[in-house]
Every structure is written in structure tokens, then in C-alpha cells.
Ligand binder design. Structure first.
Ligand code: PMV
Length: 314
């Protein structure tokens, strides 16, 4: 049997903007998707045992099968191969946490191991990127990169089709966050296409927003590297407002952002594709993290309390 894992992630700065070549900052989180693969008698049989938002697995099933087919092709494997694939692990199937990319990385690694193929992380990342196309249409590559390598990263898509810019960032020590889930399954592909369409229709408005998003990424990077968490939080709040302006937030995401800020979170924004899915609150210290967790519990929302920047200290 072949085994593999992929990290979940939160985007701290720049989702959606990264698809268009603006830099973004992503942190892997302390939860991963695991996969086990075994050669089978017939077909591709997926047993998905992840904890998910209601309807997540059903909604994603067709994209998941397409994703596996794309990865087999990218790995040069006969598409008629029969495999039993199990997916589980600690990363919940909530939209926005890079769960699709984490599962693609986990599955690609497990298939490679089962078939005795020696594959570098770089190749796994490329294969998972091909898999991500089934879920995200025109993905930036930020999710599969975080899922493959983990850590905290600066990411800029190469719009010419060449190698993306990926730089590891280091911070003084990991910081507590709370991820709040709206419970709504979101379609990243549709959200990305929506932004693209509105951007083409309103170039002036969108160019100004994209310019500010780029500045925010640079300011966010400096604030993280100086460990000025208050500043990081302020910039995250501003990033959320930009995401509202490009119409990817939702009533529930805004509500969770508001609840977290009222409890003292120093920054809060949607994370990932939006339109449902998840938000992230920056809550340094266990006490503040617990406060936000109990407010989410009271409001009846699912959450994940974890840290960013694990394993990235100087
Ligand atoms: O919703 P997720 O976890 O798939 O994140 C999508 C991030 C986007 O920037 C919206 C798309 C992309 O490919 O970068």
C-alpha cells in the first residue's frame, strides 16, 4: 500500500489577486490530508473519510475524479489503471483551506509510492497543480505549493507560464489563529471566474483594488518579518475589505469576521475562494484564541483552532 500526505493552508494575503499575478502570502496549518492507495481489480474507487462540511464530498465528487485522471496523466500512468484510494486525515473538508490541493498532493504521493515511482517534491507539486485545475479552473498554484512544502511562503504566479516565485518566510514564533467555517461548500472555480469577468468589465475599479492588494502583500510581508502582529492584523482587515469589494465575501463570512473582531481578534478576513467556505482570525495567545473559539461555538459555527508559521522560526 502507498501512503502520502498534504498540508492544509490559510492565505493571509492575496487570494484571488494571486490568480492575476499579484503576490500572496500563505501559511500551511498544522492539519493535513492523508491518502492510502492500493492497486485494485477494477476502476478508481475513492473512499473519502474526511470530516467535511455538509455536502462537501458529494459536491466535489466529479471534480475529484477528474482531478485524479489529470494527475495520472501528468504522472505518465495508464489511465485504465485500477486503484482503491482512501482519503482521511486531520484537515477538515471545509472550502477555503486548500483541502482539494492537500488531497491531490496526498493522493499523488500515495500513488507514486504504491507504484514504486521515485518522485521529487517539485514533480509532486506540478502533478497536484494539474489536479487542482479540475477544482479551480485556472488555479494560481498557491494551494498545491503550500500543500506540498508546508511552512510560510511568499508566492507569485509566473503569468508567462514559467516557474512561479516561491520564497520561504521566517517568523519569530508561530501565532495562534482561529479558522471559522460558514458550513457552506463553495465552488472555487466559479468564484475565480466571477472575479475574472467583473475585472474585465470594470478595469478601472479593479485595477485600483488590485494595486492596493499588491501593496498589502508587501506591507504584510514586512509586518510578519518584523513580527509586528498588530500591523499584520490591520492589513488582514483591509485585505478583507478589498475582497468584499471584488464581491467574493458573503453574509456569513462577514458575520464571522465581525464576531472575531468583537472578541478582540487583531485581524480577520475570509481565506481562500470565498462565497462560503472559511475565514481566518489572527488571535495571538491561547487566551484570545479560546475567546474567539467560544464565540464561534455560541454562534453555532464550526471552527479549527491552530497556528500559522509552525516550523518556520529563524
Ligand atoms: O478556496 P481554496 O482553498 O481552493 O483557495 C483558492 C484560492 C484562490 O486564490 C481563490 C484561487 C487560486 O488558485 O489561487
Amino acid at each position: 500500500m502507498g501512503k502520502g500526505s498534504g498540508y492544509g493552508k490559510v492565505i493571509l494575503f492575496g487570494e484571488h489577486f494571486v490568480v492575476h499575478g499579484v503576490p500572496g502570502i500563505v501559511s500551511a496549518i498544522d492539519s493535513s490530508t492523508d491518502a492510502e492507495v492500493k492497486k485494485a481489480a477494477k476502476g478508481i474507487n475513492v473512499k473519502d473519510e474526511r470530516k467535511t462540511a455538509k455536502g462537501y464530498s458529494e459536491e466535489k465528487r466529479l471534480q475529484q475524479l477528474e482531478s485524479i485522471e489529470r494527475m495520472l496523466k501528468a504522472m505518465g500512468i495508464d489511465p485504465k489503471i485500477a486503484l482503491d484510494i482512501w482519503i482521511g486525515g486531520t484537515l477538515p473538508g471545509f472550502s477555503g483551506l486548500g483541502a482539494s490541493a492537500a488531497s491531490s498532493v496526498a493522493i499523488a504521493r500515495a500513488i507514486a509510492q504504491e507504484l514504486g515511482m521515485k518522485i521529487s517534491d517539485e514533480k509532486i507539486n506540478q502533478v497536484a497543480y494539474e489536479g487542482e485545475k479540475a477544482y479551480a479552473g485556472n488555479p494560481s498554484g498557491i494551494d498545491n505549493t503550500a500543500a506540498t512544502y508546508g511552512g510560510l511562503m511568499w508566492f507569485r504566479k509566473n503569468m508567462g507560464g514559467g516557474q512561479d516565485l516561491v520564497e520561504r518566510l521566517a517568523i519569530e514564533s508561530p501565532v495562534e489563529i482561529v479558522i471559522g467555517s460558514t458550513g457552506k461548500v463553495a465552488n472555487t472555480k466559479a468564484m475565480v471566474e466571477g472575479v475574472d469577468e467583473r475585472k474585465r468589465k470594470n478595469p478601472q475599479k479593479y485595477n485600483a483594488i488590485f494595486k492596493r492588494a499588491e501593496e498589502l502583500a508587501y506591507e504584510g510581508r514586512a509586518a510578519l518579518e518584523f513580527y509586528n502582529l498588530k500591523k499584520v492584523g490591520e492589513l488582514m482587515n483591509e485585505n478583507h475589505r478589498l475582497l468584499q469589494e471584488i464581491e467574493v465575501s458573503s453574509k456569513e463570512l462577514d458575520l464571522l469576521v465581525d464576531v472575531a473582531q468583537k472578541q478582540g481578534a487583531i485581524g480577520a478576513k475570509l481565506t481562500g475562494g470565498g462565497g462560503g467556505g472559511c475565514m481566518v482570525a489572527l488571535t495571538p495567545g491561547k487566551e484570545l484564541q479560546d475567546k474567539v473559539v467560544s464565540a464561534f461555538k455560541t454562534a453555532g459555527y464550526d471552527f479549527l483552532a491552530t497556528k500559522i508559521g509552525v516550523g518556520t522560526q529563524y
